[in-house]
Design a binder for this molecule. Sequence first.
Ligand code: ZN
Length: 254
Amino acid sequence: MATQMDDLVSRAARLLRRARYAVALTGAGISTPSGIPDFRSPGTGLWESVDPMRVASIYAFRHDPQAFYDWIRPLARALVEAEPNPGHRALATLEAQGILKAVITQNIDALHQRAGTNEVLEIHGHMRSATCIDCYRTHSTDDLVASFLSSNSIPRCPECGGVLKPDAVLFGEQLPVAVVNAAMAHIRAADLLLIAGSSLEVVPVCQLPMKVHRRGGRLIVVDLRPTLADEAADVVIHADCAEILPCIASACAR
Ligand code: ZN
């Protein structure tokens, strides 16, 4: 079993070293080892009491921001307390080695940046800032987080008192166009896509592997569970990103 895993890791490393333009695509699975719950997978708690599709949609937000903020408070706390794990750091190492050109992520936790990756495309936005739904001014969330976490309050615009919406993409909202365009440019250039911890269940992320594959590009999948890209992938490793990505990065360095 161990040898089989070693073999998969060296095959992945060989493909990465040969790649001219390798790009990574990451999802919740790379951050669950950092303690951030994946609200798409059942049994994590955030699914249990409410349907995120319902409470974390832009319609629900506008209708009942209090319910949204009550739901997201535990997640926000997890985001504040989380540290990058060896999986995030391995991708930063691969970038520093000149192998990885960009990380496209569905995550809003900024752990790739904190691990040292420079080129990060956050296609579902982030929590560093929030925008007022009345006056559309944007504010850094740095000064708002502490009081938000320690009370039941709704974050409000310091300028007009309107409700602030985090700059993370809610269900029913448009993805940030400039970020998606930049991600697509990397995908068009890519001859290898390393998919790490993404279940590939949402558009447009689910379409990216096939865009690379159809042009003859290579696919590597690292995920605990089977993904939609497994069948087309050159290497599939069903294991924890935090364990396997560091093995791949050190195999690349050898
Ligand atoms: Zn405002």
